[in-house]
Design a protein around this ligand. Structure first.
Ligand code: ZN
Ligand code: ZN
Length: 457
């Protein structure tokens, strides 16, 4: 990322702070020049050790919903409430009896029935029942059926985080069917199961501020409906039980995406240097792409392990008016620069690409100013400004800007390849490789060079 005006100001403030607090700058007896900042509220949840989760001795917590100021539950059998840390009894409701919990203005929590608070609870608590638990949350009003223990954590913003506890292998059965079509080849499903297991263990505690490990959406991994599970997806999890992807002694950060469009890319170049890893270097060829090929040649390359994907090649056309609206709405967000505002674009061009052809820098000029949009942010400029399906499907695109006789822009045409960020495993490519006879080990070795599939301990 380029330093923005805000980061420059923050750096200046930090430098001033160092001067004020520098040991040599103050006499020995002087009081501190700056009061220490107030301690941050403690994280409500400490993630379990990944070895214990892999062994099945500790469950993981899947975020059901975060930041609700109240909720209620009931069950077809007794629902026991106990403190999550100690398992000490709090209250047990009989079958069909509905209990609510609210945050109180003082920052506490109270169990509630028939319009009255009847019991104060002081920390995270667990609901357990021999039958599924029916959970109600407001705004929007939702009833959910949850199979298994539910942990409710009071959060720092005076709301609750609600998480389901489940064992890794049970969780993975719904993730594999949520992240990959069950019709994919058995070896591709096995590769998916291994990287979903690895990704899960590497990301435990990602939602600790909401009292959970992972959420059930694209942000972490999609937790598919039971109806999407099949014998093939269940077998992929069971047959790879305990297998993880390691780089040396550490779990690999096994990012994956739908379709590379012909060639994968380098995490450090697409997302920024903090994401660079020796095994996320990209350059894995899913089609007959030559080294450092021009974008036009990549788009024309023949064959392709991921060519069955509907995102293998795509075209999107925007009018000048549409792009002006998108840029005026999203430029601040995608550049991270509060001063980046523009109402009329007069020029847009790809200024730099990664060695594998993805857009590294997109130049946008207008209103007498000029900005650069970096890497994957170029996709979100043409959507909502945030990651999502509305943006461009990939940054592996060629941009043609059409102008009228007076030189004013009339149209933007994006011809692209692939769907997703292009880092790590290409899911459609994994299926293509499996159909061509590759094993899940060969598939993973291709997309994460230097890693090993091992039985985690
Ligand atoms: Zn998440
Ligand atoms: Zn691919």
């Amino acid at each position: 990322m380029l330093p923005t005006r805000t980061t420059i100001i923050l750096l200046a403030v930090a430098a001033l702070g160092l001067l004020l607090l520098g040991r040599g700058a103050l006499p020995a007896q002087a009081p501190p020049a700056v009061a220490p900042p107030p301690a941050a509220p403690p994280s409500p949840y400490t993630a379990p050790d990944w070895h214990a989760v892999l062994a099945g001795t500790d469950p993981l917590r899947l975020l059901v919903v975060g930041h609700k100021a109240m909720l209620a539950w009931k069950g077809d059998a007794d629902v026991r409430v106990s403190y999550a840390a100690t398992d000490a009894d709090v209250y047990t409701a009989h079958a069909g009896e509905q209990v609510g919990v609210v945050r109180t203005p003082e920052g506490g929590c109270a169990l509630r029935q028939e319009g009255k608070n009847f019991l104060t609870v002081t920390e995270a608590f667990r609901l357990t029942s021999p039958k599924p638990i029916l959970l109600w949350t407001p705004q929007p009003e939702t009833w959910r059926i949850v199979h298994g223990p539910v942990v409710i954590t009071p959060l720092a913003d005076n709301t609750f985080g609600i998480a389901q506890e489940l064992l890794l292998e049970d969780y993975l059965r719904n993730v594999v069917c949520g992240e990959m079509p069950a019709s994919f080849h058995a070896q591709a499903l096995r590769a998916q199961a291994i990287i979903a297991r690895t990704y899960t263990l590497a990301k435990l505690g990602r939602h600790a501020d909401e009292g959970a490990d992972l959420c059930d959406e694209v942000h972490c991994q999609v937790y598919g409906a039971d109806a999407n599970r099949s014998r093939a997806t269940d077998e992929a999890v069971a047959d790879t039980r305990g297998l993880v992807l390691m780089y040396g002694d550490t779990l690999a950060e096994a990012y994956y995406h739908a379709t590379c469009g012909g060639v994968t890319d380098d995490a450090g170049l697409v997302w920024g240097p903090e994401y660079a890893r020796p095994y996320l270097v990209g350059g894995t060829k899913d089609s007959a792409v030559k080294e450092s090929a021009a974008i036009g040649d990549i788009l024309c390359a023949s064959g392709g392990y991921c060519k069955r994907s509907n995102g293998y090649r795509w075209t999107r056309v925007f009018s000048a008016t549409e792009v002006n609206e998108l840029v005026s709405r999203n430029l601040t967000k995608v550049t991270g620069d509060p001063a980046a505002k523009m109402s009329k674009v007069v020029n847009m061009n790809v200024e730099e690409r990664t060695p594998n052809g993805r857009v590294a820098r997109l130049r946008v000029e207008g209103d007498g100013a000029s900005y650069v949009v970096i890497g994957d942010q170029a996709r979100w400029l043409f959507g909502t400004g945030d990651p999502g399906p509305e943006g461009l499907w990939s940054t592996l695109f060629d941009l043609t800007v059409t102008r009228d006789a007076r030189g004013a822009i009339t149209q933007y045409t994006f011809k692209g390849a692939g769907r997703g960020h292009g880092i790590g495993m290409c899911q459609w490519g994994a299926d293509g490789r499996a159909r061509a006879g590759q094993s899940y080990r060969e598939i993973l070795a291709a997309y994460y060079p230097g890693t090993k599939v091992v039985t985690g301990k």
